[in-house]
Design a binder for this molecule. Structure first.
Ligand SMILES: *Cc1c(COP(=O)(O)O)cnc(C)c1O
Length: 235
């Protein structure tokens, strides 16, 4: 199947999942997780109607930017971001979804101030509390939100989460609901520089459950582009 056909199928599945739980399908965006896919594939995905592209690696972002791969679609950063690479990301992407620690917030703030812009971000939550995963713990997020007045060049647009791999079907729904509730709770507090507009959760295998729990953005790679070939060397 072509990339366009895959996207059409995913859209139909997204619509069905939304309607099944009484949500408006227009509330949910499709972000193409483009890692390890080249500029031609990215262009096909944009032509196929994804709402935005999400890159994981700074090197790939820079290379595809040079090839004008993203023309016509917003670009997000969704991977682990090292503080020494923020320069290549801040102001280059519409949204940094994977802001997972305090010193990264400081680095982005500094770079955005230097460039004289405001950077939209999502706070990444480690919802399963796994040691190996990045992200703020749900119980430390409040302290971070209290400190946002120190970050005038950041705008928090919502939350992003990658729940633990679940053995039993339905277990992931519990994590999705937890993060969704956290997003509602934060929104109620009306912090400065915070608008809980975006809840980024759900990938190829679990986006229907994520939509059921309130996701407003799913990040899909494999179901759009096919399996990634990790054996193949990439930039
Ligand atoms: C790769 C990736 C995805 C997409 O994963 P698939 O299972 O291929 O759909 C989503 N989010 C992030 C952060 C990723 O790195």
């Amino acid at each position: 199947m072509s990339i366009a056909e895959n996207i059409a199928r995913i859209r139909a599945q997204m619509n069905a999942a939304a309607i099944a739980c009484g949500r408006d399908p227009k509330e949910i965006q499709l972000c193409a997780a483009t890692k390890m896919n080249d500029a031609a594939a990215v262009r096909e995905a944009i032509a196929g109607g994804v709402d935005c592209c999400g890159e994981n690696r700074v090197q790939e972002l820079v290379a595809k930017e040079k090839e004008n791969a993203y023309e016509g679609a917003p670009v997000h950063f969704i991977g682990v971001l090292q503080t020494n690479k923020v320069k290549q990301v801040v102001g280059h992407v519409d949204l940094i979804q994977s802001v997972d620690r305090y010193n990264l917030m400081e680095a982005i703030e500094k770079e955005a101030a230097k460039k004289g812009l405001v950077q939209n971000i999502l706070l990444e939550i480690n919802i399963g509390g796994e040691e190996s995963k990045s992200g703020f713990r749900a119980d430390e997020i409040w302290e971070v939100l209290e400190k946002l007045p120190n970050f005038p060049h950041l705008r928090v647009r919502g939350l992003m989460a990658i729940p633990p791999v679940c053995e039993n079907e339905g277990d992931n729904l519990k994590f999705f609901k937890e993060i969704s509730q956290l997003s509602v709770d934060i929104g109620r507090k009306k912090y400065d520089n915070v608008a809980m507009e975006c809840l980024s959760m759900g990938m190829s295998d679990d986006f229907a459950d994520a939509i059921r729990a309130g996701s407003t953005m799913i990040r899909v790679g494999t179901a759009i582009f096919g399996a990634r070939n990790y054996a193949k060397p990439h930039q």
